[in-house]
Design a protein around this ligand. Structure first.
Ligand code: ASP
Length: 316
């Protein structure tokens, strides 16, 4: 039995972008399916394709943080609880592959910040400057709005009121991000099951536009945005802070086991209590059943099984 399911993020995806997102998903499905002999290879290949496309908030398409820089997170987890993750990578086209190397080559689970960048360099991942023009334009616009709001409400007591590391920015930042749900989409993820029964889940993200420097997403945290165990694999997308508080990936697995519900109903049960507009996820269990759910306007996803000839792409 072979299965592959992918997502390209949750949130509100403007209809004008649907064709290119669908194209990106189709290409990734093809790339992943060509490696379906091994679940981990399939997940890595599918995510690499989306990271390289520049169409998603991952790898070369990553969004910019408050300082206008890229900080990327990724994780990969397998059914036997092997897991590797990276946080805050700044110059690597394929964070998912660095996460895999953490899993396979180190005694650790998660490498973060400069250490993660150095690990990538030591393994020969070429340094890449990531500054997608579309992301830069959005960043500049939002940054201007944020500066205007800090200026009008700031206490005027700081040496440099436009220094985004200052506390007066934080509440304004939260309000701005809440007012722009379109900022939340484009993280990528995949779950695969191969003929040997191996199940792997992976997720890669540039995080959320205007996030504070050093902010870590759910995507790279095992049990939160990425989870796999012998029963099920899960990749989440949405507001990382909500997904982390609810340890969403693990919640799907626990609910599936405890309730005996089919996967799609277990997914719905887990998403129901979350604040609206905050999360979407894909899942795949060891019996080969797909699950997906969202409480956002859209979830871009696609899947393929060895029993169907036509892969399905949806912007549900
Ligand atoms: N979950 C990601 C994060 O919080 C964002 C997303 O899925 O769009 O960084």
């Amino acid at each position: 039995m072979q299965r592959l399911i992918l997502h390209g993020g949750a949130g509100s995806i403007p209809p004008s972008r649907h064709p290119e997102v669908e194209r990106g998903l189709r290409a990734a499905l093809e790339a992943g399916w060509s490696r379906i002999d091994h679940a981990t290879d399939a997940v890595e290949a599918a995510i690499q394709s989306m990271e390289a496309s520049g169409l998603f908030d991952a790898g070369l398409g990553s969004v910019l943080n408050l300082q206008g820089r890229v900080e990327m997170d990724a994780a990969l987890m397998t059914h036997d609880l092997q897991v590797g993750a990276v946080a805050g990578l700044t110059r690597t086209a394929h964070p998912i592959s660095v996460a895999r190397q953490v899993m396979e080559q180190t005694p650790h689970v998660l490498l973060a910040g400069p250490g993660a960048d150095r690990f990538a360099r030591a393994l020969g991942f070429p340094p890449v400057r990531i500054r997608p023009p579309r992301r830069v334009a959005v960043y500049q616009d939002l940054r201007r709005k944020l500066e205007a709001s800090v200026r009008s409400r700031g206490k005027g007591n700081s040496r440099d009121p436009m220094d985004p590391a200052r506390p007066e920015w934080w509440p304004r930042l939260q309000a701005l991000v809440a007012a722009h749900p379109e900022l939340l989409h484009g993280t990528v993820g995949a779950v695969a099951l191969d003929a040997k029964g191996r199940l792997t889940a992976g997720t890669s993200t540039g995080g959320i536009t205007l996030k504070m420097e050093g902010r870590v997403s759910d995507s790279c945290l095992p049990g939160c945005g990425t989870y796999a165990d012998p029963t099920v694999g899960v990749s989440c997308t949405g507001t990382g802070e909500v997904i982390i508080r609810h340890t969403l990936g693990r919640a799907v697995a626990e609910t599936l086991r405890a309730s005996g519900l089919p996967l799609d109903r277990a997914v719905r049960r887990v998403i129901r209590p979350l604040p609206r507009g905050t999360a979407g996820l894909i899942a795949l269990d060891r019996k080969g059943r797909f699950g997906w759910g969202r409480n956002t306007e859209n979830l871009a996803f696609t899947f393929r099984s060895d029993r169907t000839t036509t892969p399905v792409v949806r912007m549900a």
